[in-house]
Design a protein around this ligand. Structure first.
Ligand code: TPP
Length: 344
């Protein structure tokens, strides 16, 4: 568990496997942070159109949860999904090109920021309708159970989405049918400019798990170790016992809701943002690694330089890529008809 990992790190007693995992997680989190900063910059320069919701501050959530999954498990998310896409293994090039609306993007430039997909990585979007992906997540879990595989499905959504009808209907079915599903509330405290306190009848959303006969866990989203450990347990329950879990992971976004929201918004104080920055997820892991003798200033600078080169390469790739051809408007709109004329 995370507490013991911290102690182990302090004592310098971190196994090689844990050390490798920490290095990977740190790089992934730094990549997400720098990628998002660059995306924000490109958006401000008018190079990215449409909507754009950044993940800055929430990195440990994506990295810790996805580290617990197998490659063939299903992942589905909302519109704040650049970080999850990167942590799932979509290349920075394919995500940046998608933000730029280019043909080389992961959705061929036709989805944009809110619709990142890669079926080969079982990354099933990127959805713009608040909570629209929650029933889809249950559907993937149902499909896995029906086919008799041991895949699990992990669905991300914000705390505001936990108030919509589809959340309740989906969790009821998942509880009733014992689906191998993990529902992850990314509780960053605000739905656009509305705080959770003003929008939910109960402050602890995890309590809703009780209504649907599934375990519920609250997790500290600033600590990647804790996120990974809690997700491991949820995955185990889903895979071995076909038991769904509701996870409420508490996190924070430092930036506005989207690029149209001023940096901190008017609905919260700068002090509040600073409070969370003091427990920044990247700093928390970096410090743990320093304590364990796994990281020094030079090591951190090497990661930063490596990531900077990857993000710059992604931007160059996106800028130099072609727009989708006009005839692409008609492709990928409907699934091809079944060859035998039968229903799919
Ligand atoms: C059905 C629907 N209603 C409203 C919106 C507008 N909208 C976009 S994001 C958002 C807030 C959602 O907040 P939350 O679910 O907490 O996720 P977060 O943005 O914090 O990640 C709203 C109301 C929408 N996209 N879809």
């Amino acid at each position: 568990m995370a507490g013991t990992a911290t102690e182990a790190a302090r004592n310098g007693a971190v196994s090689d496997a844990t050390a490798d995992q920490y290095r990977l997680w740190l790089r992934q989190m730094v990549l997400i942070r720098r990628f998002e900063e660059k995306a924000g910059e490109a958006y401000s320069l008018g190079k990215i159109g449409g909507f754009c919701h950044l993940y800055i501050g929430q990195e440990a959530l994506a990295v810790g949860t996805l580290a617990a999954l197998r490659d063939d498990d299903y992942v589905v998310s909302a519109y704040r999904e650049h970080g999850q896409a990167l942590a799932r293994g979509l290349s920075a090039r394919s995500v940046m090109a998608e933000l730029y609306g280019k043909a080389t993007g992961c959705s061929k430039g036709k989805g944009g920021s809110m619709h990142l997909f890669d079926a080969s990585l079982h990354f099933m979007g990127g959805h713009g309708i608040v909570g629209g992906q929650i029933p889809l997540g249950a559907g993937f879990a149902f499909a896995a159970k029906y086919r008799g595989t041991d895949q699990v499905s992990l669905t991300y959504f914000g705390e505001a989405a936990a108030n919509i009808g589809a959340f309740h209907e989906t969790l009821n079915m998942a509880g009733l049918w014992r689906l191998p599903a993990i529902f992850v509330i990314e509780n960053n405290g605000y739905g656009m400019g509305t705080s959770l306190r003003r929008a939910s009848a109960i402050p602890n959303l995890v309590e809703r798990a009780a209504s649907y006969n599934m375990p519920g866990v609250v997790v500290d989203g600033q600590d990647v170790d804790k996120v990974k450990a809690a997700t491991d347990e949820a995955v185990e329950r889903a895979r071995r016992e076909s038991t769904p879990t509701l996870m409420e992971i508490r996190t924070y976004r430092y930036v506005g809701h989207s690029m149209s929201d001023a940096a901190h918004g008017t609905y919260r104080t700068k002090d509040e943002v600073e409070e969370y920055r003091a427990r920044d997820p990247i700093t928390v892991l970096a410090q743990r690694m320093r304590d364990a003798g796994l990281l020094d200033d030079e090591g951190m600078e090497a990661i930063e330089a490596d990531v900077r080169a990857e993000v710059e390469d992604a931007v160059k790739f996106a800028e130099e890529s072609p727009d989708p051809a006009p005839e692409e408007l008609w492709t990928d709109v409907y699934a091809p008809a079944a060859q035998d004329g039968g229903e799919r």
